[in-house]
Design a binder for this molecule. Structure first.
Ligand code: CUA
Length: 180
């Protein structure tokens, strides 16, 4: 049977309609994620004013680093900026649940520690939170993994994992990276 022009045109129209449908579904999914779920780091939706991060509150200078909270939990707080981490080294106890909380006052950064579940974007305006547990004692590198400008490749922090017996917070509950 000869393929006539009309059936070809019909077939093309069917395919065009199907593809328009697929595009509509994808656009719908993007709009839903953006407007319905809000664009946010892949952890939790917790807002923070990027302009006042350094001045007061949870991420003021004196609160950064690792702290044994009054509740007993271990929380490590970091600020990522172009192009450094504050602090540049954090100490954490081995095999203990640790909550990492990170914020950025300037642009989008990212943190990751190879071999762990620590891998998140840090978006200005939000607190990025990761719960983890470091199983191996030693020093791990935590580079920025989101291109954030010319100094991106120099943006790297250290995570020092120590045995629980060597994790000694001070009277305020803070633990500092000992000199190497
Ligand atoms: Cu910060 Cu790349």
């Amino acid at each position: 049977m000869a393929i006539d022009e009309i059936s070809v045109a019909k077939s093309e129209r069917r395919w065009a309609t199907a593809m328009a449908g697929v595009s509509a579904v994808m656009l719908g999914a993007i709009l839903y994620a953006t407007l319905g779920l809000h664009l946010n780091p892949p952890s939790n939706v917790e807002l923070i004013d990027p302009a006042t991060i350094h001045v007061s509150g949870e991420f003021a200078e004196e609160n950064l680093g690792t702290r044994l909270e009054p509740t007993g939990g271990i929380v490590t707080r970091l600020v990522t900026t172009q192009f450094s981490f504050s602090p540049a080294c954090v100490v954490v106890p081995q095999d203990t649940p640790v909550t990492i909380r990170v914020v950025s006052p300037d642009v989008i950064h990212g943190i990751m520690v190879v071999g762990t579940n620590v891998n998140t974007m840090v978006i200005p305006g939000y607190v990025s939170r990761v719960r983890t547990r470091f199983t191996e004692v030693g020093e791990m590198l935590m580079p920025c993994h989101e291109f954030c400008g010319l100094g991106h490749s120099q943006m790297i922090a250290k995570v020092r994992v120590v045995p629980v017996s060597e994790f000694k917070p001070d009277a305020d509950g803070r633990a500092h990276c000992a000199a190497p």
